[in-house]
Design a protein around this ligand. Sequence first.
Ligand SMILES: Nc1nc2c(ncn2[C@@H]2O[C@H](COP(=O)(O)OP(=O)(O)OP(=O)(O)O)[C@@H](O)[C@H]2O)c(=O)[nH]1
Ligand SMILES: [Mg+2]
Length: 514
Amino acid sequence: MSAPLTLGTAGHIDHGKTALVGALTGSQTDRLPEERRRGISIELGYAALSLPGGRRLSVVDVPGHERFVRTMVAGATGIDLYLLCVAADDGVMPQTLEHWAVLRHLGVSDGVVAITKADLIDPAMAAEEARALVPGVDIVPVSAREGTGLDELRAALARTAERVSRGASVDGEPRLHVDRSFTLRGIGTVVTGTLWSGSVGAGDRISVLPQGLGARVRSVQVHDEPVERAGAGRRVALALTGVDWREVGRGDLVCGSDSGIEPTYRVDATVQFEPEARPRRGERLHVHHGTREAPARLVPLDDGLVQLRLEAPLIPVRGDRVVLRRLAPPDTIGGGVVLDARPRRHGPDPEVLERLRALERGEDPPPPSRAVPDRPDAPPAAAPASEPAPLAAAALRLAAMLRADGERPRADGDLATAAGLEPGEAARQLNTLSRVGLAARVGANLHFDPVALEGLVGQIVAICEREGEVTIAGVRDELDTTRRYAQALLEYMDAQRMTRRQGDVHVLRRARGS
Ligand SMILES: Nc1nc2c(ncn2[C@@H]2O[C@H](COP(=O)(O)OP(=O)(O)OP(=O)(O)O)[C@@H](O)[C@H]2O)c(=O)[nH]1
Ligand SMILES: [Mg+2]
């Protein structure tokens, strides 16, 4: 039997990714009411695709909006092949380029380009642009609306899937980077994600990192069907006992209980930057790994070698890919491969460089003699000179709850109660989380998960762009939320100088670029 594979979409906003996945699979992956009303994808969508020859692919449909690139990275991580969509009437656009950069840095080298909306205009010009960007792959004009080109696209995907060799092995340590956590009546906690390596079956004991929670797998599903064991390359859903759904969320790692994998605040990596990107020494970047991201300072060591000093933990192992994004203006500027997931804090010492070059060549040099405590470094600009302590378990619990609450987080006081913390202690932990980018303070008594907040802000910006202005009532209605959240979000955007209040309406401060 052919190995299971996961296909991820990529491409600029409105270039027909979701419509094409719908036409290929029969599944509508935009499920949120906001997504349907606004006609844009916000969250990741999932479907199953049957190909000629009987192969079945898991499909992850990603959003194209420039504000949701971090969601795209979380979706693209762990995929085996891509379906890059370029609209016939629009050609290659900014997020076509950025998604393509993300795919390259993640090492996703196989895929197919679809020239979408071929019913609107001759697809030749867009195909030409796509060929210049992505040479050597099948380029197939399609129309989701008229159903043309779909058989050719399925055939191209089947051919490409035959070529794909999975980097991950079913024999390795099970690792699943969680993208969703929820609860089902009669089943309890369910987490979903792509299984990067190993296999998971009912009864297995697992750990949830970075929280370090222990749990047991109650059952496993692949595409809504129960299976005894799921192997690497599949999108899987695990029902877990021993862990509350609010204690686990996007960004967490599910791994074997005695895997030895640990969260880290430092990573030595071999990296490549985009030609025009010239990050400064000590520049603050976002490092994406798995479904998680962390702000970090960049310490160049040698040609193509860096140490990333993280302000929040990541959970990589040697050989994993990371994507590097600049914060302002946001853009994907590079990526790399983890050589050492738990290095000591060091500069370009000759001995260290020699060891890293050996790791780069795939050798197994002995570990450095000095044992290293795992501590975060590179305090953010305004922080005191001493290094902050690693995130406390209480902080990680709060961050997980915020993630689970998504677009409607509880007030800080309720968070504290649910986490069993004194209000003062909860406030301190929320401060720490805000500083490292794992929580965003939006009002006097309100924090959001940064990913959820980014989605909401993106939608409000889109309303402003469309209408020229926005009101609290408008945000409440369009985002299907309450007046309290709408008001808090607009006040936050005013304070962040994204919008300006003029009487009852809020307007964008500056015209946004393409
Ligand atoms: N004429 C025509 N329109 C299409 C076709 N495919 C999609 N569209 C339209 O293009 C718009 C965007 O389609 P989506 O599939 O939502 O685009 P998307 O790439 O998923 O957008 P994001 O997820 O927000 O990045 C919708 O209005 C679709 O109806 C097509 O084959 N032909
Ligand atoms: Mg979409």
